[in-house]
Ligand binder design. Structure first.
Ligand code: SLL
Length: 215
């Protein structure tokens, strides 16, 4: 077994995401390239919550469209994981997610019913306004007993929380913001260090338990 492919027992790690679609009715000034029977422009997507980047552990996402579309299987290898199209009808889209090889996880599939037409109590008003229709769902990837590599990837400090570059010429508010970011970053490192230590401890206990059971 290569390093990092070992699985961490008794540990589960989750990552939230949303998937779904947005749609808008096509206007009079539509491009001449769009077939005349198409009524809407839409985007189907899978993305992290709060701008989270999923690409550290998601390798690609395959959106399977209705077979009336050319190359109906669309493979997206990097974020944004989405497909934009025009069309006239609603249909079910399968969204298959492949994880990075270090994760040693099977791909997962979700189904989303493409929504073009307003629904719900405000539907009539929205229809006459030509409003954007959104239909999306929250879900979580649940990794049970992740590989060490996947655990590493998922708990790695993300670039977004690194403190901004310090400068001596910054106005006071920016400086105190930077200090706050430093403190948050330190606290985050400590929490991660604790998680790592506890995970190791669990490992050791698991091994002791296995040794006792084999007596
Ligand atoms: C329906 N069962 O009848 C659905 C099928 C198909 C949608 C919807 C056009 C594709 C294209 C398109 O919108 N297909 O012309 O490339 O409502």
């Amino acid at each position: 077994m290569s390093s990092g492919s070992k699985r961490l027992k008794n540990l589960q790690i989750c990552r939230p995401f949303v998937y779904g679609n947005m749609a808008v009715p096509l206007k009079e000034d539509r491009s001449p390239d769009i077939p005349p029977d198409h009524t809407h422009s839409w985007t189907v997507f899978l993305k992290g919550v709060n701008g989270d980047d999923l690409s550290s552990f998601v390798k690609r996402v395959v959106f399977k469209l209705h077979e009336t579309y050319p190359n109906s299987s669309r493979s997206i290898e990097e974020p944004p994981f989405e497909v934009t199209e025009t069309g006239w009808g609603e249909f079910e889209i399968s969204i298959r997610v492949y994880f990075v090889p270090e994760a040693s996880e099977k791909n997962v599939v979700m189904y989303h019913h493409l929504k073009l037409h307003p629904y719900g109590p405000e539907a009539e008003q929205q229809k006459s306004d030509g409003a954007t229709v959104t239909s999306m769902q929250y879900d979580e990837f649940v990794f049970s007993e992740p590989t060490e590599s996947l655990f590493e990837i998922l708990t790695k400090k993300s670039g977004a929380v690194l403190p901004a570059q310090k400068s001596t010429m910054v106005p006071f508010s920016t400086q105190s913001e930077n200090e706050e970011l430093d403190r948050l970053s330190d606290a985050q490192s400590k929490v991660q260090e604790n998680i790592r230590r506890l995970t190791e401890r669990i490992h050791v206990l698991e091994q002791e338990k296995a040794a006792l059971q084999s007596l």
